[in-house]
Write a protein that binds this ligand. Structure first.
Ligand code: ADP
Length: 325
C-alpha cells in the first residue's frame, strides 16, 4: 500500500460569530470540523464530498495551514506540522498548492496571464528570465497557447481561466493540490475537459490531490477514494466506486438520491436544507449527528454517536447499523 503523504488526527475547528452590536450582541458558534481523522496516500486522488456547509473547505484549508485548527494533529511526510521550523514551513507552503472554485476571482484581473502565473515564482526568488521560460512551459502543459500570455484573464473563458489557475498552482512544482470545487462553476462539457486535464497532470507529475465537491457522481469518476462529510463529521469512507455503488450510511444514500434525482442547486434550497438539518440535530442531542433526519434511526442513535468503524476492506462507516452491535 502507498505511503501516507498527509495524516490528519482528531482535528477540530469551531467558528464563533458575533451578531448584533453592543447590548444586543449574540454569539453563535459552528463546529465546522468535528474530530476528523483521515489519511491521504502519496499519488492518490482523495475525494471529499458533502452538502454545502459540511466543512469540506475548512478541512482542506486546515491541511493547507490557511486556518489553524482548535485541536488535533496534522503530519506531512511523517512530520508534525506544528514542529516545523520557519524555513521548513516555507517549503511546506511551496509543496502544497490550492485551486479555487472561481478562477476569475482567484486570478488578479489587473495582471496579464503571464504575470499571474509567474507571481509565485517571483515570490520565491526566481529570476524574471527563468520565470518567463517556466510560464511558457506551464501554459503549454495546461493546453493554452503561450504566445497569448500577454492577454488579461477576462479575455479568457471560465474553463481557460481555470487552466491558468492550475498552471499557476503548478508553478512551484508542488506535490499536493487542494482542489476546492474546481469544476463547480463550469459547464458540464468544460467540467469534463478540466477533469481530464487534472487526471493527466496527476499521472504525469506524480501529484496527490484532495478534491472537494458536492457531487458524488463527479467524485466517483475522478477520485480513487472518497470521504463523505456531514456537518463537520466524516460519516463514510471507501473506494469511490464502492461508496457510489453501495453507500452504507443513510446520509450517503439520501445525498446520492438528492444529487441524482432532485438536484437541489439553488442557494435558497440549500439554506432550507441546512435549517432542517440543524433542527434535526437539536432534537438528536448527543446522538448521531444525522439522527434527526435519518429514516433508519433507532433508540441508540439518539443516545450516543457512532464512531467511524472499519466494516470491510477499506470501508469505514459511522453508523450503528453497521458496527455489529
Ligand atoms: P463546505 O466547504 O462544505 O461548504 P465550509 O467548510 O465552507 O463548508 O463551512 C463549514 C461551516 O463553517 C459552515 O457552517 C460555514 O458557515 C462555517 N464557516 C466557514 N468559514 C467560516 C468563517 N470564516 N467564519 C465563520 N463561520 C465559518
Amino acid at each position: 500500500m502507498p505511503q501516507n503523504l498527509i495524516e490528519v488526527r482528531g482535528v477540530n475547528k469551531t467558528f464563533t460569530v458575533n451578531r448584533g452590536w453592543l447590548f444586543h450582541r449574540t454569539t453563535a458558534s459552528t463546529k465546522a470540523v468535528n474530530d476528523v481523522s483521515l489519511d491521504i496516500r502519496k499519488g492518490e486522488i482523495l475525494g471529499c464530498v458533502g452538502g454545502s456547509g459540511s466543512g469540506k473547505s475548512t478541512l482542506g484549508r486546515i491541511i493547507m495551514r490557511l486556518i489553524e485548527p482548535d485541536s488535533g494533529q496534522i503530519r506531512y511526510d511523517g512530520k508534525d506540522l506544528r514542529a516545523l521550523s520557519p524555513e521548513e514551513m516555507r517549503m511546506y507552503r511551496r509543496r502544497l498548492q490550492i485551486v479555487f472554485q472561481d478562477p476569475l476571482q482567484s486570478l488578479n484581473p489587473r495582471r496579464t496571464v503571464a504575470e499571474n502565473v509567474a507571481r509565485p515564482l517571483l515570490n520565491f526568488g526566481v529570476s524574471q528570465a527563468t520565470a518567463n521560460r517556466r510560464v511558457d512551459e506551464l501554459l503549454d502543459l495546461v493546453g493554452l497557447d503561450p504566445t497569448q500570455s500577454y492577454r488579461y484573464p477576462h479575455e479568457y473563458s471560465g474553463g481557460q481561466c481555470q487552466r491558468i489557475a492550475i498552471a499557476r498552482a503548478l508553478a512551484l512544482e508542488p506535490e499536493f493540490l487542494f482542489l476546492d470545487e474546481p469544476v463547480s462553476a463550469l459547464d458540464v462539457s468544460i467540467q469534463a475537459q478540466i477533469l481530464n486535464l487534472l487526471t493527466d497532470l496527476q499521472k504525469k507529475l506524480d501529484l496527490t490531490f484532495l478534491f472537494v465537491s458536492h457531487d458524488l457522481k463527479i467524485v466517483k469518476q475522478f477520485c480513487d477514494r472518497t470521504i463523505v462529510m456531514y456537518r463537520g463529521c466524516v460519516l463514510e469512507t471507501g473506494s469511490s466506486e464502492e461508496v457510489y455503488r453501495d453507500p452504507k450510511h443513510p446520509f450517503t444514500r439520501d445525498f446520492l438520491g438528492t444529487v441524482l434525482h432532485v438536484r437541489k442547486d439553488t442557494r435558497w434550497e440549500q439554506a432550507a436544507e441546512r435549517a432542517e438539518d440543524l433542527e434535526g440535530a437539536a432534537k438528536g442531542g448527543s446522538g448521531c449527528i444525522y439522527a434527526g433526519n435519518c429514516s433508519e434511526c433507532f433508540t441508540l442513535c439518539r443516545q450516543s454517536a457512532p464512531s467511524l468503524t472499519e466494516i470491510e476492506g477499506q470501508r469505514k462507516v459511522a453508523c450503528f447499523l453497521h458496527d455489529g452491535r
